[in-house]
Design a protein around this ligand. Structure first.
Ligand SMILES: [Zn+2]
Length: 733
């Protein structure tokens, strides 16, 4: 092909390729991954308690392998993740430039640990970490090193004698593939766990520049602005490269051991950079690397991690990696966390369906205080294993999360959506309602079948197809609760003139957002909407505070009098001027519809959920709870009465049902670490038995007791005595 023709051909195919990529990304209509997932290795559902030992380079000369194998035995760990290679090899590798530990000598530390774990019947994963390398590698293969925006190769930020590698070029695609082949050939491990495999920020190396230009016809972006078309093309291209890398590595290890796989350390919620829907298709199991909380983070964040992963993983095993140390930005990797904090964090993960995985850096123990608490957690898990092998959650309410909103909408819009989701999460925990999370690209009838109500917390970006799926959900009798700018943008974050879901809301946007509002209120219309379910718990309140951002909307048709109306903002200073100029309007601040088909729709044209996370006003919490109750229009599956803040989950196992109560009642609930577990008061638990099931036996798995219980019709009732971190009520059926 003449050069010119070849160039135009390349350019044409690059455009076609970019269009294809965009089409693939374009929401729910996208086809499954063309390469398809490999079959799940036979072992993936077996391990319930994982142990990770991440060796440091000088461990081979100083750590006590026998101690660790004994600790794995004492904790009844049935899966192990052990350092093998990448940045440091802990076995006598023959792959050129694969750096052996300088303390290795002629030992095979990895091989010794693998053999020990195997003799204890454990599944074994080899850990690799490719994100950093050395001078000799840079000298021989300068193109393997990541390049910064300034065009210079990147030194490692924490170990400046090392170099950051490019994740999207030959270092990973060629060198690390050879490393994986060698590990799998020599040890036939059950899988290879890949840490920090997806790069450390943008890379401007020659491979990234050439490959991006070939795929998208563009130069690499120099902006993080989500609306920038080049940035958007880069986000999609990077994902394609990483999924291609995943499939390459997975194919390479399965070619050697068909009953194995690679497990990239990846995934998460809305802000996660790889498409969780495709991850859910590819991964036979996944580890949620959320080791502990940091900064201002609620205890329930670990349960949220579990829900986000399970939204696309379904019933496939999801494992929760937890640290025994502190995980703050200062990264004290040798720290030991307060045992109360670790216990509560892990309990919330387990209650939400994650299998625990402790991770310890360094084989030499500088501080042994974590050993006993982890042993206690794992001993309990082993005893309760039958009730932790969940088949499905029995929640009827689900909170939608949207990666496309986080990726493509303007930053302030995505941030508002994330805060709205956190507000809902807190409100649902306080309402003691079991709930799940749903990925916005899995809104098809099969994925939504378990749910009666969907919550859309300011989910801005929704495609026409997704809007239609939501219409069909409501048409099948589903409840929908939406807030703020939900559906005001398309799947690429582009603005719409009106809500994509305007017909469901019964209201249209008038093109104006008011805010940030100071000193605005809501009038509770007890006279014209008497005893309205939206006002439950607010019977004595004539008015409550408004939110901060209000979407001006117009109703499509006159409806019944709204229970909430607007009292517009009025001056908050000087104090002499603080009086409502318009104490009463007819501007509805909630829209309630019952379209044909039995579904119910609640739309708040303001940020009740985001403001709840910001301000935590009790009245707003009641509005959120009432909205879900009205939209759901059926008894909740579990009713828990008693003092305290509890995260409540409800699961079906093969021969049982289990209700988890995680006690979040603690001054450190929203910012750790917890230093004392403060017992929750006695709880009265009512469980609605699904499908006419009869309770044969009931046991409190933490207290280790079988209290009196009763069943009347479909309701089982029992009193749960005070408990510290966690109680699990197991009902045999
Ligand atoms: Zn690169």
């Amino acid at each position: 092909m003449p050069e010119l023709t070849r160039r135009s051909f390349l350019k044409a195919s690059a455009v076609a390729g970019a269009a294809l990529t965009l089409g693939k990304m374009a929401g729910a209509e996208a086809a499954p991954d063309p390469a398809g997932p490999g079959a799940a290795p036979s072992w993936t559902n077996r391990p319930m308690r994982w142990a990770q030992l991440t060796l440091v380079e000088n461990d081979p000369g100083s750590f006590d392998a026998a101690f660790w194998l004994d600790y794995f035995r004492r904790t009844h760990a049935d899966g192990a993740c052990l350092s093998a290679g990448g940045c440091v090899a802990y076995y006598p590798t023959r792959v050129p430039y694969h750096h052996r530990s300088a303390w290795l000598g002629d030992r095979d530390v990895f091989g010794e640990l693998v053999a020990g774990c195997r003799s204890q019947g454990m599944a074994v994963l080899a850990r690799t970490d490719p994100h950093a390398t050395y001078d000799d590698v840079k000298a021989a293969h300068p193109d393997w090193i990541a390049v910064g925006a300034d065009g210079q190769p990147r030194r490692h930020w924490a170990s400046p004698e090392m170099w950051v590698t490019c994740a999207l070029g030959p270092y990973n695609f060629e060198f690390m593939t050879e490393v994986k082949r060698e590990i799998m050939s020599r040890y036939r491990v059950d899988g290879i766990f890949i840490n920090r495999w997806d790069g450390a920020g943008m890379c401007y190396c020659e491979h990234c520049r050439t490959n991006f230009r070939a795929a998208a016809g563009l130069d690499l972006p120099r902006t993080l602005e989500p609306g920038d078309p080049t940035r958007r093309a880069y986000l999609l291209w990077r994902q394609e490269r990483l999924f291609a890398l995943w499939r390459l590595w997975d194919g390479a290890v399965r070619a050697i051991n068909p009953d194995s796989c690679v497990i990239p350390n990846t995934g998460g919620g809305a802000a996660s950079s790889l498409d969780m829907r495709r991850i859910g298709e590819l991964a036979p199991t996944l580890m949620a690397d959320r080791q502990s909380r940091r900064g201002l983070m609620p205890v329930w964040a670990n349960g949220k991690n579990a829900k986000e992963y399970r939204a696309t993983m379904g019933a496939k095993p999801v494992v929760g990696i937890f640290s025994v140390g502190l995980d703050e930005v200062y990264r004290w990797k040798d720290a030991v966390q307060a045992p109360e904090e670790t216990k509560l964090w892990v309990a919330d993960g387990i209650a939400n369906g994650m299998r625990p995985w402790f991770t310890k850096f360094g084989g030499v123990i500088n501080d042994p205080r974590w050993l006993k608490p982890v042993e206690e957690i794992y001993a309990w898990c082993r005893g309760a294993e039958r009730y932790l092998r969940n088949e499905r959650p029995l929640a009827r309410v689900a909170l939608v999360y949207s990666q496309q909103t986080a990726w493509f909408c303007p930053a302030e819009c995505a941030a508002a959506g994330e805060d709205a989701a956190l507000g809902w999460y807190q409100a649902l925990v306080e309402a003691r309602l079991p709930f799940e999370m749903v990925h916005d690209r899995l809104l098809d009838a099969a994925h939504l079948a378990p749910f009666r109500t969907l919550i859309l917390p300011d989910i801005a970006a929704l495609s026409e197809v997704q809007c239609e799926q939501l219409r069909q959900f409501v048409g099948r009798g589903g409840g929908l609760v939406a807030t703020s700018g939900t559906s005001l943008r398309d799947e690429w974050g582009g603005p719409r003139a009106d809500f994509g879901l305007a017909d469901l809301f019964g209201a249209s946007w008038r093109g104006r957002i008011e805010g940030p509002m100071h000193n605005a209120y809501l009038r509770l219309e007890h006279e014209s909407a008497p005893a309205h379910p939206m006002l439950r718990g607010l019977e004595d309140a004539p008015r409550i505070i408004h939110g901060v951002w209000r979407f001006e909307v117009a109703a499509h048709a006159p409806g019944p009098p709204p229970p909430l109306t607007l009292i517009p903002p009025y001056p908050d200073l000087p104090m002499e001027k603080v009086y409502a100029r318009q104490p009463r309007t007819d501007v509805a601040q909630v829209f309630l519809r019952e379209p044909p088909g039995g579904g119910r729709v609640v739309y708040f044209p303001w940020d009740v959920d985001r403001t709840y996370w910001d301000v935590l006003c009790v009245d707003h919490g009641k509005l959120l709870r009432n909205a879900v109750a009205w939209a759901t229009n059926e008894d909740p599956p579990v009713v828990v009465s008693g003092p305290g803040v509890l995260d409540v989950t409800f699961w079906r196992q093969r021969d049982s049902l289990t209700v988890h109560l995680v006690n979040l009642t603690n001054p450190m609930m929203l910012k750790g670490p917890v230093r004392e577990l403060i017992p929750a008061g006695e709880q009265r638990l009512r469980v609605r038995m699904p499908g006419g099931l009869r309770a044969r036996a009931l046991r409190l798995l933490v207290a280790g007791r079988s209290p009196q219980f009763s069943q009347a019709g479909e309701w089982v009732e029992v009193t749960v005595p005070p408990f510290a971190a966690h109680e699990a009520v197991a009902i045999d059926v």
